[in-house]
Design a protein around this ligand. Structure first.
Ligand code: SF4
Ligand SMILES: [Zn+2]
Length: 377
């Protein structure tokens, strides 16, 4: 199955054309430091993710910056590093996109940035990048500078289904490419960490839950540490448009919690972004009811520290029961719902004539690829 979804790309470009930007002319970097010495991250300004610029993932608004030259990127990292006084076990460097994409971070800037990192006292480094930016020459380049201190690389898997990644997420990368990249990382003794979504736009909570579980299992089978990302609804995204039109359910933290409880006990996975960290463009956080929300967040903090599932098992509230009951709700078949969402997006973003001209072709492509995928899932 070809992984490019030109329809979602066109919709996403339209949806983000007047986006609120985080990276304005005066913002060069952003820092997050954990209260203990486990983790710190430094995000620096670039023009943003290449995939996003041509119509990116339906749930993502990682923002995009103005044209930023190489020396400004390097200076941003230099300034950011000076602000960080602690010594961290894991230090993340990120351009709010893909660190190894030379059209986001040119080779010269990338090398200078790695040299700056090398001079710091942080114990190990990590970065995030799209799977299609990982190759042998680039790995040799980084390791010649950071050597064994580069421990892991985050890549977006989102789900292990080509169909879901193409029609619900617009990932633009097939699983074959992801498999090749994680194999290469493993050959280099660098841990691939795969971002997996707890909550996929368009899918019901039940489908999202199944997809999350299958994707976690795929990670284990392919020697990838899953990093389960809670999907919040961000302004400017197609997910937000679908949500505002009443065509998908709101995201829930119970989906994350049940996915953790279902995962094999002995296997390690990372849990990310259940707190929103005051994201600049948040419309609707994945949450629970107001009565138990703080309690649930504290339990997730505690779970991440002690890795004791009983902490999560003991959580109880009427909203959890309602969420579980909702899993039994009968819905139209997935290709039918995708078609309905696409028509609404087309009418909303591409003009009324678009669907008359292209709707039939899109619909038959969705059904054809759905059938093909059904054999694998
Ligand atoms: S999720 Fe990653 S690849 Fe997709 S648009 Fe966002 S930054 Fe780009
Ligand atoms: Zn509740």
């Amino acid at each position: 199955m070809n992984s490019i979804n030109q329809f979602l790309k066109d919709c996403d470009v339209k949806s983000k054309q007047d986006r609120t930007v985080y990276w304005d002319d005066n913002t060069l970097y952003s820092i997050r430091e954990n209260p203990d010495d486990s983790f710190a991250g430094l995000w620096f300004r670039t023009m943003g993710c290449t995939h996003d610029r041509s119509g990116g993932c339906t749930m993502c608004d990682y923002s995009a910056g103005p044209k930023t030259d190489e020396s400004t990127m390097v200076e941003a990292v230099r300034q950011g590093l000076r602000k960080i006084t602690g010594r961290y076990d894991t230090f993340l460097i990120s351009p709010s996109g893909s660190m190894l994409d030379s059209s986001e971070v040119p080779k010269k800037a990338r090398e200078e940035i790695f040299h700056l990192l090398k001079e710091t006292k942080h114990r190990t480094f990590t970065l995030e990048t799209r799977a299609d930016t990982i190759n042998q020459p680039i790995m040799d380049e980084i390791l010649s500078i950071l050597d064994k201190r580069l421990k892991k690389i985050y890549i977006g898997i989102e789900s292990s289904s080509d169909f879901i990644n193409k029609y619900c997420i617009n990932k633009g990368i097939g699983m074959e490419q992801i498999e090749r990249s994680v194999k290469l990382l493993n050959d280099y003794n660098i841990t691939p960490v795969g971002n997996v979504l707890a909550g996929v736009p368009i899918l019901t909570q039940k489908e999202s839950y199944i997809v999350c579980k299958k994707s976690i299992n795929w990670c284990f089978e392919n020697h990838v540490v899953p990093a389960v990302f809670v999907t919040h609804i961000k302004e400017n995204t197609l997910y937000n448009r679908i949500y505002q039109m009443g065509l998908c359910e709101p995201p829930s933290l119970w989906l994350l919690i049940d996915s953790i409880l279902e995962a094999p006990d002995e296997l390690h996975m990372e849990i990310c972004w259940y707190r929103t960290y005051e994201a600049f463009n948040l419309i609707k956080a994945a949450d629970t009811c107001p009565g138990c929300y703080d309690n649930v967040l504290n339990a997730l903090d505690k779970y991440c520290k002690y890795r004791d599932k009983d902490i999560l098992r003991k959580l109880d509230c009427d909203c959890k029961k309602k969420w579980r009951e909702g899993l039994e709700r009968k819905e139209a078949a997935l290709p039918e719902r995708i078609t309905r969402v696409y028509k609404a997006l087309a009418d909303n973003l591409l003009g009324k004539e678009y669907w008359d001209k292209n709707g039939k072709d899109l619909e038959s492509m969705i059904y054809r690829d759905y059938k093909e995928e059904a054999f694998k899932w």
